[in-house]
Ligand binder design. Sequence first.
Ligand code: C5P
Length: 232
Amino acid sequence: MGRDVIIACDFNSKEEVIAFLGKFKDEKPFVKIGMELFYAEGPEIVRTIKGMGHKIFLDLKLHDIPNTVKKAMAVLSGLDVDMCNVHAAGTRGMMQAAIEGLTRADGTRPLLIAVTQLTSTSEEVMQKELWIEKPIDETVMHYAKNTMEAGLDGVVCSPLEAGKVHEVCGEKFLTITPGVRFADGDVGDQKRVTTPAKARELGSDYIVVGRPITQAEDPVAAYRRCVEEFVG
Ligand code: C5P
């Protein structure tokens, strides 16, 4: 799969997300559905959006015992999502079980990526509260390596970490990167941001873009601008 732009559809109702996606007449963007929408609307929202022709990254960040994750992943695979994710902190065993659960009878499966350390966790909290004593950047790279060794396809990270992740885990290991803003846009609550063009230069495979597209006056134009800058 090549580079692509994934729109973070952080809406909390079916009506809002359908109205938003209805604006796209000529293209079918890859969309990310998160916990809020999934828990509000249930699996039917995935079937509906899939039925409209979109690819779906279902961002539910599973983290439980391997057997539970395996069974839950089998359900998500049956929903025909294109990408889903787990927490790398769940262990390599859990990640391997996730792949087993995702793999369909014909050998195909959705892409599976892992979250390393959430960007909301500071190094101080990680060390003092979670008792993970290593520096946060080393922890992130170590979790990325665990993810690769478990056979997953990639990790969520900052575009600023994409190069290092590829160095450690190989060029084919995918980097899915949020924290993207247009050069002339609002940063909002994101701390370290890059433009779509910069994310491409840094080696991101997929950018996840929410508000710069969903809150734009013309979301279709904003999406096209992202694609132009990132995919070319
Ligand atoms: O609106 P915005 O472009 O900031 O949305 C980014 C999306 O990526 C949101 O759905 C957010 O939850 C997600 N995300 C993030 N940073 C991470 C992991 C996920 O912004 N480290």
